[in-house]
Design a protein around this ligand. Structure first.
Ligand code: MN
Length: 397
């Protein structure tokens, strides 16, 4: 189970497919040269000290250029789940440019192969979506590139929760300790990593919407079919011996890539308001996105509920927050449940906020992602007498 897999000739295609490259916290740590425990700090440090990229004249990613595009002919794009609408690029970094100032954005969107040179893409209302609206209002297409086969730092950086017009590629440079080398696309102005495996150059068409989905998503359900944005692909470039990377929806690689950067940015956001926040964990059962555990050094009554509200505001995906004291192991689900069992009373310690924005991929939210948030304060009341909450201990154990 915990192995990366390489398909040397998928369906007879001569370009190999690789998956499950980053399926454990330890492997990701190894890639960045830190221990599992040091991952979040390392990532936070990179986000706070971004390193701009440099442009180079050419790179291995443009060794082969297809200007006559036939996506499924030129790339071994897999179909992943039984009810998926067809082949999908699942691990492609979409790089777009703010049409007014040229600042680049990096993010991952699921990409359905809709035709020889056509891709249906789901843009949630964040940065790529905003850039595409800006271009559309000016009557233009949005220039983009879809980059497949990048290093672990690039995959992690693409998931950073940073403001608009913060180029995530600068986080990659900071993680590497050296500026990323970028090369200009052949058919548009987007700059892409020169050492990637594959690039699809294209444009998000203004005023065009076509059916996309269903596709197996991270909550282990299908995202449904609807009219969505369309990318017209103008060229494909790749290395001489390119390898196609894919990510299985809902698998550990998918969940960790989403979870680790979120933990880092949520921790930073919470600590800005309350230095008593010590650590956060997005649990596997909560698909590394919906359920957050926060460890605090409690000094005030009500502090836990303020932190919950900060967490709900830090990312709309967060649906449940459990706040615990410093003696609880937040990476261990049983330890967290023990804190809820022994330090939480629902009539006092439960916070429910209804009609909030949640994940549109949570099947229990209404059509537009509206749902409820729940917070559980599983911290010891400050007024409690010390003996009541003294944890038993066998002498010498
Ligand atoms: Mn962004």
């Amino acid at each position: 189970l915990d192995k990366a897999v390489l398909f040397p000739r998928p369906d007879g295609h001569d370009m190999p497919v690789v998956a499950n490259l980053l399926a454990s916290r330890k492997w990701i740590g190894d890639c960045l040269g830190v221990s599992e425990d040091g991952l979040i700090t390392r990532y936070q440090d990179a986000v706070q000290n971004p390193l701009p990229w440099v442009e180079v004249e050419d790179g291995p990613v443009q060794a082969v250029v297809h200007s006559d595009v036939d996506i499924n002919g030129q790339l071994p794009v897999p179909t992943h789940n039984e009810l998926d609408s067809g082949p999908y690029i699942a691990a492609g970094l979409m790089i777009s440019r703010n049409p007014t100032n040229g600042v680049q954005n990096v993010s991952i969107h699921r990409c359905q192969i809709s035709g020889k040179d056509r891709i249906g893409v789901l843009l949630l209302p964040r940065h790529t979506w905003t850039y595409s609206r800006m271009a559309e209002e000016a009557g233009h297409a949005l220039e983009v590139a879809i980059v497949i086969g990048v290093d672990p730092a690039s995959l992690l950086a693409s998931q950073a929760i940073v403001p608009m017009d913060f180029d995530e590629m600068e986080i990659v440079g900071a993680l590497h300790g050296a500026p990323v080398e970028m090369v200009k696309c052949k058919t548009n102005n987007v700059r892409v990593p020169a050492h990637a495996e594959i690039v699809l150059e294209g444009r998000v068409l203004p005023g065009v919407a076509e059916p996309e989905g269903p596709f197996g998503e991270f909550p282990q359900y299908y995202g449904r079919r609807a009219n969505r944005h369309v990318v017209q692909v103008d060229a494909i470039t790749h290395r001489k011996d390119a390898i196609f990377h894919t990510i299985i929806g809902g698998g550990m690689e998918h969940l960790l890539l989403g979870g680790l950067p979120r933990e880092a940015t949520i921790l930073e956001s919470l600590q800005r308001h309350d230095p008593g926040v010590l650590d956060v964990h997005l649990s596997r059962g909560g698909i590394c996105r919906y359920h957050l555990v926060v460890k605090i050094d409690k000094k005030q009554e009500g502090q836990a509920k303020n932190i919950m509200m900060g967490a709900f505001a830090a990312h709309y995906d967060i649906k449940q927050v459990v706040v615990v004291d410093r003696d609880v192991n937040i990476h261990d689900g049983e330890s967290v449940e023990w804190a809820i069992a022994t330090r939480f009373q629902a009539d006092q310690d439960l916070l429910v906020v209804n009609n909030t924005q949640g994940s549109k991929l949570d099947p229990t939210t209404m059509e537009d992602g509206v749902g409820a948030k729940m917070g559980l304060d599983a911290t010891i009341p400050l007024a409690a007498d010390e003996f009541t909450f003294t944890v038993i201990k066998v002498p010498g154990a």
